[in-house]
Design a protein around this ligand. Sequence first.
Ligand code: HAM
Length: 436
Amino acid sequence: MKQSGDSKKKSYQLVKGMKDILPSDARYFAHMNRLADQLAQIYGYGKIETPILENTELFFRGIGSATDIVEKEMFSFEDQSGDHLTLRPENTAGVVRAYIEHGMQTWPQPVKLYYSGSMFRHEKPQAGRFRQFNQIGFEVLGEADPIMDAQMILIAYKFCELNGFSCVMQVNSIGCADCRPSYEQELKDYFKRVKGRLSEISQARLAKNVLRILDSKEEQDLPLIAEAPQQIDFLCEDCKNHFIQVLEYLDELEIPYALNPNIVRGLDYYNRTAFEIWTTGEEAGRQSALGGGGRYDGLAEMLGGQPVPAVGFAIGVERFINQIKEADHKVPDTPKPEIFLAQLGPEARKKGLKLFEALLKEGIKVGENFAKTGLKAQLETADKLGVKFTLILGQKEIVDGTIMIRDMENGIQEVVDCAKVTAEIKKRLAKIAVIE
Ligand code: HAM
């Protein structure tokens, strides 16, 4: 790559569509991951981490070559060895690849897995739509029973419920290889009749993937979609029974859901149950679903393995965080220090470093600002942290083997033996804990 003469002066900016996660937001991400870990533990899911890079072919075969993702949204490149690689746009294909590659079909079935990590899609950046974003996903492989579909919808729903906002699960059945072709034909015939009134995008989809017209966000398509034939009327007996059972489980669990015939999902691997998470009252839900998923019984075979019935979902972590903020739902803060250690003078700084570690070892939550040398700045930090006591270690205290304890509420300072400071602090903190 050529460098321009003034490259030294250039300041660099984020790549379009990417975001830095700063500490104020990182705690929301940590919260979401903790929630995922807790739900995974309750429902018996094990964590899987697959690489961010996969062979491009995996997504061509898995997601489908006529989908938006594969056609125009993948970050793909040829590496130094001539391998065609892609930054994963989603993780279901990667998880199924791992299932086959590690012989998980020989494990006790079903295999329940969950993940959390970055995905990459070269989409037009806009509110809630980034080119690098995070997903938390749950997948069950090796079980065809509709109870697993219901459990997936339940776990997805819990992510909303436990974050203090309401949502309505949008559910649909998109049938199977047996019953979908006749529906697709019916849909094609219908849209052909109204082709002239369809948006340009939908006219193009008519030839390639008619189901995706139902997913259109174009205003002019909406009344035509509302009148379109619905998959539900074309389901075969098995698909119909499967769907009825899923809905019965949802009724039993009292999960708020809406039957939405337009949930067809943008990836080719789905069959039967398809669902999305929309916030309550959301009209533009299709553009900003908080999460989505469904059954993908054919994917393992599409990727060269034995048939493996499977179902799963992924949530968009950034979209959830937005929602949490909008609902003003409090997420746990990082634990705050109870005391602060201030140091004055070079010798006290040195001893202070060691004392800080000793206090930590005793399980005392202690804060510091070793970068500062003046007492005023350090007390300001202590105030900001809202600690109960500040320990002040100065030159005099070093010589005397003492340390000063300042009560931050009333400003009273007391000199104590440095060797006994840990016990003294523990005593004082315990006293406060009893009062509070
Ligand atoms: P998806 O619907 O493509 O499904 O993505 C799931 C969620 O990821 C979306 O509902 C949205 O919240 C979030 N998301 C997608 N694209 C972006 C973006 N550009 N910026 C921010 N957030 C985004 C899947 O990926 C499937 N693998 C889900 C699944 C798992 N199906 C079965 N198992």
